[in-house]
Design a protein. Structure first.
Length: 266
């Protein structure tokens, strides 16, 4: 194997288990709680999934990932927001692979070359080093798809069209999967979050962006995905939604989650 730098896990042991066996068992259990897609159901081309700790949002994320089990894909484009280190534009990592307790996932080697023509795409290791939004998706991908290349992208100060252009440049084949990582509202009461998130989900279902960051911490990646969906004639399907008050948290300050699948022409 060629030498490559590896981005180490930042939230193993906090957002999800650091022990490989325990992690595999937890992800498999979460997947087992999700409805099994009907035989012959189309594989989504893109999904929106939450990125909180698994005890909070794992059941919601599993609603999307169970539809990807055994998917025939050659790369997964994972677009998340920046919670810790801001970035101008959309940032690729410097690392050649991302490590998880379940093993390494290589970064698609053609990513930089494919995006060279987009001046708002940068390479920034600092913004990826401690960011959890992409990391928490990787064990799910490892369990449902296995060994697959990823294109990890942190979307910072970027327009919806800029993010959409990045996604479209990478979505060059039916064997590409797009994962958008985002939670919904933060720290409202349970009842406020239900109302607020329902309105946000209605915008997503009607492709009526843009969202703002009070609606979703990943508003920038979501807005890019909504733009791609309008361009490509994709249809969103709500798989489920809840908040941390429904799972493992208190109800006076909750975080909202949803899982959405996009199907249709690619």
């Amino acid at each position: 194997m060629r030498n490559r730098s590896v981005r180490a896990p930042a939230v193993a042991g906090s957002f999800y288990p650091a022990d490989p066996r325990e992690l595999s068992e937890q992800v498999d259990l979460l997947l087992a709680t999700a409805p099994v897609p009907a035989p012959g159901s189309p594989r989504p081309g893109a999904v929106i999934v939450p990125h909180a700790g698994y005890v909070y949002s794992g059941t919601t994320a599993a609603l999307a990932y169970t539809r990807l089990t055994g998917a025939d894909v050659d790369k997964v484009v994972v677009v998340g927001p920046t919670h810790r280190v801001p970035v101008l534009g959309v940032a690729l990592p410097t690392a050649g692979a991302f490590d998880t307790p379940l093993g390494q996932m290589p970064v698609w080697p053609q990513a930089r070359t494919t995006l060279t023509h987009l001046p708002w795409v940068t390479v920034d290791g600092a913004t990826h080093r401690d960011e959890h939004a992409i990391e928490v998706q990787l064990p799910f991908l490892q369990r449902v798809i296995g060994d697959v290349d990823i294109v990890p992208l942190n979307a910072g100060d970027a327009s919806a069209d800029q993010v959409a252009d990045v996604i479209e440049a990478l979505w060059d084949s039916p064997r590409t999967l797009v994962v958008i990582s985002s939670d919904l509202s933060h720290y409202l009461t349970y009842e406020q979050a239900q109302e607020h998130d329902a309105a946000t989900i209605d915008q997503i279902m009607t492709l009526a962006g843009p969202l703002d960051h009070s609606q979703a911490c990943g508003a920038t990646p979501i807005n890019g995905m909504l733009t791609v969906a309008r361009r490509r004639g994709l249809v969103p399907h709500l798989l489920g939604a809840c908040n941390s008050g429904d799972t493992a948290g208190r109800r006076d300050r909750v975080v909202g989650y949803c899982a959405v699948a996009f199907e249709g022409p690619s």
